[in-house]
Design a protein around this ligand. Structure first.
Ligand code: MG
Ligand code: MG
Length: 265
């Protein structure tokens, strides 16, 4: 995995190796890490309004994670300087919180992880601050529904391509594009484990999803083209054409009975 990114960078196209099967005890810790990050993200979304700074939102998220007894997963990871990636409008992922003031109508993506007993969770939500437009709401809803569809495809003995294709086949006919350079990933003892989980691909292809595997599924949907750029801060990823982008992510355990979303409340 690339060493300087919090969403997996899609560079490895070799067959998947090393996807781990989690023990019940490991899964239990991941459930708790997932619950805590979900509560932290909910708290930030509740406090999202025009006039708030992204640093204040990060502070709220970090406070919640620590209060609930977990550690922030992103803080210091690969050198990232905050607990939450907060990405606005044309920013896709890895936005650094700071003194920037959220404006009315901003599309705000929160991406955050927590660690409990050495086990990781990863979760992202996009919300609109203040006044919505139909266009922004449609982009957000499409991204959210594509994640729901991908989760439903994460059935035991399905393949990664079934998950990828569930996203792509829903999103692209609506005229949106999917980010290609950054992908979902296995998760557990570290934030990024095999396999990679792209948001595009062919059903029936790729690694088999076995009970005990845990994957982070994270569609990043652009209103314009799929191409991305990294800003001068070396972190913030934006759409190359500066079109709007939305991002949702859940950490999902594959079980004999189907997918179990660890980052839902
Ligand atoms: Mg992730
Ligand atoms: Mg994430």
């Amino acid at each position: 995995m690339n060493s300087s990114t919090i969403s997996g960078l899609s560079t490895d196209h070799s067959p998947v190796r090393g996807a781990t099967i989690k023990s019940d005890r490991e899964l239990e810790a991941m459930r708790e890490a997932g619950r805590i990050v979900a509560l932290a993200v909910r708290q930030m979304v509740r406090n999202l309004e025009p006039g708030v700074t992204t640093a204040e939102l990060n502070h709220i998220g970090e406070g919640e994670i620590r209060k609930l007894g977990a550690r922030p997963a992103f803080l210091g990871l690969y050198g990232f300087p905050a607990t939450v990636c907060i990405s606005l409008n044309e920013e896709i992922v890895h936005g650094i919180p700071g003194e920037r003031i959220v404006e009315d109508g901003d599309l705000v993506s929160f991406d955050c992880g927590a660690i409990v007993n050495g086990m990781y969770s990863d979760h992202a939500v996009t919300a609109i601050a203040g006044k919505e437009t139909k266009k922004k709401r449609a982009l957000v809803e499409t991204t959210k529904v594509s994640l729901d569809r991908a989760i439903q495809a994460a059935q035991p003995r399905n393949r990664v391509g079934d998950v990828s294709n569930a996203v792509e086949s829903y999103v692209r006919p609506k005229g949106y594009e999917l980010v290609r350079e950054y992908v979902g990933h296995g998760i557990g003892h570290s934030l990024h484990e095999p396999p990679q989980v792209p948001n595009y691909g062919m059903a029936g292809r790729g690694h088999i999803l076995m009970p005990g595997m845990v994957i982070a599924i994270e569609p990043m949907v652009n209103a314009g083209g799929w191409q991305t750029e990294v800003l001068k801060d070396k972190w913030t990823v934006v759409t190359a054409d500066r079109s709007l982008s939305a991002h949702f992510e859940h950490t999902v355990a594959i079980t004999e009975y189907g997918p179990e979303v660890l980052t839902a409340l």
